[in-house]
Design a protein around this ligand. Sequence first.
Ligand SMILES: Cc1cc2nc3c(=O)[nH]c(=O)nc-3n(C[C@H](O)[C@H](O)[C@H](O)COP(=O)(O)O)c2cc1C
Ligand code: SF4
Ligand code: FES
Length: 565
Amino acid sequence: MAKNKSVKRHSHPGRGGRGATHPKGRQLDPKAHDQILDLLGDNLRSRDLLIEFLHLIQDKYGCLSTKHLVALAEEMKIALTEVYEVATFYAHFDVVNDQTKKPPPITIRVCDSVTCEMFGAEELISALSKKVPPEVRILRAPCMGACDKAPAVAVGHTQVAPATASVVLEAAGEKKLSRDLPDYIKFNEYRKEGGYELFRECINGIHTPENLIEVLNESGLRGLGGAGFPAGRKWEFVRAEDGPRLMAVNADEGEPGTFKDRWFLERDPHRFLEGMLIGAWAIEAQEIYIYLRDEYPEIRKILLREISKLESSDLLEPGCIHLRRGAGAYICGEESAMLESIEGKRGLPRHKPPFPAQVGLFGRPTLIHNVETLYWIRDLVQKGSSWFTQKGRNGSKGQRTFSVSGRVKNPGVKIADAGITVRDLIDEFCGGMQDGHNFKGYLPGGASGGILPASMDREPLDFGTLEQYGCLIGSAAVIILSEEDDTGDVALNLLKFFEDESCGQCTPCRNGCEKAVQLLENKTWDKPLLKELSTVMQDASICGLGQAATNGLNSVFKYFPEDIK
Ligand SMILES: Cc1cc2nc3c(=O)[nH]c(=O)nc-3n(C[C@H](O)[C@H](O)[C@H](O)COP(=O)(O)O)c2cc1C
Ligand code: SF4
Ligand code: FES
């Protein structure tokens, strides 16, 4: 049949190839592209810097708009979907499209995690919601590491704690969105009192990595981020792998109730930095990545300043230390999720094995440590392992740094003997219970560590001592409850936290947390179903978040029958 030439073949706009009259996909807005070029400046368009670049856009424009994300994808030569999936994963990014409105200029985040809830977060949210002007929005947020001053709020990135509605609104009105830096030990002061001598001795060959590993093994220093893995053994494992090797520091500190890393970094950052450099020297790491949570902007300023002093000294070549900024995702504290995030991706925990010591950051053998683990290295080596091992009580050796919050007179960071009981912690270190409060129970290890009753106040607090009761010391975040507190409500608060923070990668955790919250919100709990759900979550979740999410709930079943609904 002869073709009728006046009727043209339909050309699908997305088909590409000859005949396509429109370019594919979202179109680049030249003005937005120029703005992105300005922001990115001379930075390498390296894939792992994606989150850093998203921060630059969010900080400058108050949100991530489609036109900027398109321009960023173009500039970094990556797919727009990749940019979207990363940007939408993190709570501190506001992704807006052509239909959604830009968020108001000021964001007030109110912490509604467990200690802040005990100290009136809900009342604060209601009071603020009634009074905020249109240029301000209120959001709920997880623990900000200010639990000893609960309730805590962040106006922009500036923390206000303890917060009242009037103080918060005043801060929002002043638009003074940064805090003065704390008074900390600076580079010159630190060096004057012998700082970096040990690191110098290491690089000058006075110590060997094997010597140092021996000291760590003798002292029994364990990872203080929560898992408690022996530090010396980790160094051995990483050294056993072929180079090049890397180091990553976990400064994400997101476990509700924990604020010790913040305390160390705000006081003596170089003691941590020296420990970090020694660890990197021992495993011959080529580069070090520090992953710092976004909730600690003052610490970011301190570290940037002090690292640059180190770089201009004779101790360090510039460019070996990279400071990376988290973006409001608790799961990025899990070490393999942290590695993903440093690589500029969503914080989805990896399946193990292989462990990061074998295949870690950028596929390299990687030594990962918590801030506090590194903080103690200098003291351990210079004072000797016996300085550490002679401390301890009730059969435990060493010391632990407890972040204590809740119903005690003097909450805060308490460096105490490993194995101390909660009773002694309250009486010797915290000035006793708050007036009018009777001790009812305690969370020994933040949101993940379960809840113990006051009748078990003589249990030694240490790694390995509480597992028999279904509890954990974890990062040693001890939250003290009184008769005023309902452990059923606490269990619900914990599960809401895990529901929000689950990365969503595996079904038992993603659906399990959500389902558990629904069941706990009912007037009467379906106990058999909750217990079954908890077993599945513990047994089948990929990472520690899902495995530990119901520890608090199980403790209520075991130890607080009066609080079961
Ligand atoms: C859900 C989850 C969250 C975690 N959050 C943190 C954290 O915020 N900071 C931290 O140092 N470790 C955290 N950890 C523990 C890390 O996975 C890892 O064990 C630690 O960083 C290793 O350093 P360390 O041996 O010095 O403790 C978390 C673990 C899990 C399962
Ligand atoms: S357990 Fe939860 S947080 Fe961990 S990988 Fe699964 S979904 Fe993600
Ligand atoms: S700051 Fe609110 S619970 Fe930690």
